[in-house]
Design a protein around this ligand. Structure first.
Ligand code: ADP
Ligand code: MG
Length: 456
């Protein structure tokens, strides 16, 4: 960090010199001005603090103070007055002076005042940046949306965050904000200063996932050449986010249940019970009750997790939030791409609001990002948006291609059927999933002789 710059404004050369001498000794960079006009001019050089004489040949210090503050509200100004006038001092403070000092002043006092002022702003700035960089991303405000569904969910999240609840279950389609919700809950709980650890259950084979979670002892298995602490231990006092819990194999489900109930576990290959205080937030885009019925997910674990369920609704069920989300992403990409997009044309917004968003907020974000990268104008038009990409991608995670090779007619039929099923035969929504209009989908329904019951 460069040394702070101090501007000394006084028409008396002797005063400027003595202040400069003293403050340079303290390591500050000091520049001078002897009139109101030159003070304003020199302040352009990037000044942190101004020592400002009240009486200047071409004006008074209050006017200079106002101008300085207009340009840079954060600038620190200490007013030097020759006579102790309470009114002047009050006036100065009202206009944002940091402090004032009476002339003749004591150099030590001024030096101390300057140190203190600069230290305070440094700290204030530091706190500001820290907040912006860590807490802010996960404040409740980061969850954009004002639909009643979202308002209810945010209220519930607040309650959960401040409660002692040790398990939370987040459900919702891919891209609905489960990751974000988990972080917001953690960073707004009294666990915020402790670790937030994150693992995706489907990403690792069973044995690896187990040792990642619970850790292992030396020699527990081939390759375990030393003891290793697992996520649960590392996160002690904090939160472990188990993503895609629906994919966890039954053996591990049992071990997880034991941990949730007893708060203790053993490392792989270990015999000692280890106790930790961890909140587990589990997430899944599967319907866990169906997984239970199908015998793929333990019923007892399901009930244990489901004590505090939070269901994140798909974006298509809260179209009211779309303009807010679009605005949010325009703002953030304006900053990131140094653009000046002001908004979205009404026609284009209508399209965004009627499309089905199978990829939910993630897909909306990517769509806005792409539009912002390509757009020429400062208002995004319909043509700037590529909604959907290829039909197969648009149908989301469970597209099944027809078994006997690629027959275009058959592929088309299959996509239409899947869109209709996903939307419970809402033709408008199915059409928008496919990037078609209502007539186009009706035509296809007739062409393929589709009916609600016989589509399989
Ligand atoms: N309510 C919301 N407001 C703003 N951004 C959101 C919201 N919900 C999700 N997002 C963003 O959408 C993207 C996908 O969210 P994510 O939490 O990864 O979803 P999931 O884990 O359910 O797949 C992320 O970039 C996330 O920041
Ligand atoms: Mg996720």
């Amino acid at each position: 960090m460069p040394a702070p710059t101090i501007l000394v404004v006084d028409d008396e050369q002797l005063i400027r010199w003595s202040l400069k001498d003293r403050l340079s000794d303290q390591g500050y960079r000091v520049i001078e001005a002897d009139t109101a006009a030159s003070a304003i001019a020199r302040s352009e050089e990037g000044v942190d603090l101004v020592l400002l004489d009240y009486k200047l040949p071409d004006g008074d210090g209050l006017q200079v103070l106002k101008k300085l503050k207009e340009r840079d509200p954060d600038i620190l100004v200490i007013l030097l007055t020759a006579f102790s006038s309470i009114e002047t001092a009050v006036e100065a403070m009202k206009h944002g002076a940091y402090h004032y000092a009476n002339k003749p002043f004591n150099l030590d006092e001024i030096a101390l005042l300057v140190d203190k002022a600069l230290e305070t702003t440094r700290l204030r700035r530091e706190v500001k940046t820290l907040r912006a960089n860590q807490a802010q991303p996960y404040s409740f405000d980061r969850i954009v949306g004002a639909s009643s569904a979202l308002v209810t969910i945010k209220a519930l999240m607040r309650k959960v965050a401040s409660s002692p609840a040790s398990t939370v279950l987040l459900t919702g389609e891919s891209g609905t904000g489960k990751d974000l919700a988990a972080k917001v809950i953690h960073y707004n709980s009294d666990r915020a200063q402790k670790p937030f650890m994150n693992i995706t259950c489907s990403a690792l084979p069973e044995s690896l996932l187990e040792s990642e979670l619970f850790g292992h002892e030396k020699g527990a298995f081939t390759g375990a050449d030393r003891q290793k602490r697992g996520l649960l231990e590392t996160a002690d006092g904090g939160t472990v986010f188990l993503d895609e819990i629906g994919e966890m194999v039954p053996g591990l489900q049992a071990k997880l249940l034991r941990f949730l109930e007893e708060k203790t576990f053993k490392r792989v290959g270990g015999s000692v019970d280890i106790h930790v205080d961890v909140r587990v937030i589990a997430a899944t885009n599967r319907k866990l009750d169906e997984e239970v019925r199908a015998g793929r997910f333990r019923e007892d674990l399901y009930y244990r997790l489901n004590v505090l369920p939070i269901m994140l609704p798909p974006l298509r069920d809260r179209a009211d939030d779309i303009p807010l989300l679009v605005e949010f992403y325009i703002d953030s990409y304006n900053t990131e791409f140094k653009k000046r997009v002001r908004g979205v044309a009404p026609e284009a917004m209508k399209r965004l609001q009627t499309y089905g968003w199978p990829g939910n907020i993630r897909e909306l974000r990517n769509t806005v990002e792409r539009a912002m990268l390509l757009a020429e104008g400062d208002v995004l038009q319909g043509g700037d948006f590529t909604i959907g990409g290829s039909a197969a991608v648009r149908l989301g995670d469970r597209v099944e291609l027809p078994p006997n090779g690629i027959d275009l007619e058959q592929l088309e039929r299959s996509l239409v059927v899947q869109a209709l099923e996903r939307t419970q035969w809402n033709q408008t929504r199915a059409a928008s999933l496919l990037g078609l209009n209502r007539d186009q989908i009706r035509y296809r329904i007739e062409k393929f002789h589709l009916e609600k019951a016989n589509t399989h």
